[in-house]
Design a protein around this ligand. Structure first.
Ligand code: KG4
Ligand code: ZN
Length: 334
């Protein structure tokens, strides 16, 4: 059979990324241009600046992705793009580029959900076995998703306030780390000798939802309490207390869902999947429960276009294409 090539575009937040996949699984290129340095001095992503940066980068990244893949544009069989959720101005840049390419090359367009992308990044490293449970943890999302069968998602729970990565970034800021601070908190937690006990937000006993804003406030309160007494709190012990609370709750709920729904596989995904403590704990718990676990390599955990291609490939195989009426969907359900 003749190989086919999907070109995928992701611009939902602060990464401009274009990838080329061969046969939906082989990554020929996955170019990622991060805007983090630009947004850092503002302490977070500034939507207006993100859109402008995407506009500046998109054609350059497109050309680089095609060149790196070693194919000609005439070998592109379909164009996939993140339709949502995300920042509307940022999404629009990718959507307009994808539509233009689809029209110019006369190939199908495949609109893709960003979270489906994070989940199906796991297709690039292994075979998905259904029913599977996805633990999606990123800067913008925290969700437990049951994959009943291919492309059939059921959201069991989600955060009611901050996303895990967002909570990490806010705590990191309180501990004087630059944005995005998740990795610094992770590293500091591993250097701690002891831990400051912080609360765990389990919510209702049967709930798969999360809440992290109380935990973040507890960290700030600990810092203030120490300062009032003229002491300086141990940032390492605080980081560890915070990380342990997050990991207990996130993995505790994921394992309970895995049992309740008798899943045959666990998938960890999203930028916070880079967290060493989380990876280690989930690996151990899954081993103990006999649930096979997939975790993509770090480059496929954070926002990238290859994951969008991996999710779009399932639609390609079913011949499910999107019309050129496709719109950017800042709020988009899975
Ligand atoms: O998936 P992602 O690249 O962007 C979104 O789609 O949101 O995730 C980025 C988030 C940031 O909040 C960052 O601080 C967090 O992932 N992160 C981490 C670690 N590495 C990245 N959080 C905790 N520990 C880490 N090692
Ligand atoms: Zn993401």
């Amino acid at each position: 059979e003749r190989p086919y090539h999907l070109l995928a575009i992701e611009t939902s937040c602060d990464e401009t990324s274009v990838a080329v996949l061969r046969n939906g699984r082989d990554i020929l290129s996955n170019i990622i241009s991060s805007q983090i340095e630009t947004h850092r001095r503002f302490g977070g992503v500034v939507p207006e600046i993100a859109s402008r940066k995407h506009v500046e980068s998109i054609t350059v990244i497109l050309e680089e992705a095609v060149r790196t893949a070693g194919i000609g544009l005439d070998q592109v069989d379909a164009v996939a793009v993140t339709q949502g959720p995300g920042l509307v101005g940022a999404l629009l840049v990718g959507v307009v580029a994808a539509k233009s390419l689809s029209m110019a090359l006369d190939v199908p367009l495949i609109g893709t959900h960003h979270i489906a992308g994070h989940i199906y990044a796991n297709r690039l490293i292994g075979e998905i076995v259904y029913p599977a449970l996805a633990l999606v943890v990123s800067g913008g999302h925290t969700e437990i998703v049951l994959l009943e069968s291919e492309g059939v998602f059921r959201i069991l729970g989600r955060t009611r306030d901050d996303a895990v990565g967002e909570a990490y970034d806010k705590v990191a800021r309180a501990l004087n780390f630059p944005y995005p601070g998740g990795p610094y908190v992770d590293k500091l937690a591993h250097e701690a000798d002891d831990e400051i006990e912080l609360p765990r937000a389990w919510l209702e006993p049967d709930s798969y939802d999360f809440s992290f804003s109380g935990l973040k406030s507890a960290v700030l309160a600990e810092i203030n309490r120490a300062r009032m007494k003229g002491e300086s709190p141990s940032f390492a012990s605080l980081a560890k207390g915070f990380q342990e609370s997050v990991i207990d709750v996130v993995t505790g709920k994921a394992m309970r869902a895995a049992r309740e729904f008798g899943v045959r596989q666990m998938l960890l995904c999203g930028g916070v999947a880079a967290n060493r403590g989380l990876r280690e704990r989930l690996t151990r718990l899954c081993e103990e429960s006999g649930v096979p676990l997939l975790i993509p390599p770090l480059s496929l955990c954070t926002d990238n276009a290859a994951m969008i291609g991996a999710a779009a490939d399932l639609k390609w195989r079913r011949g499910e294409f999107t019309s050129l009426e496709l719109k950017a969907e800042p709020v988009f359900s899975l």
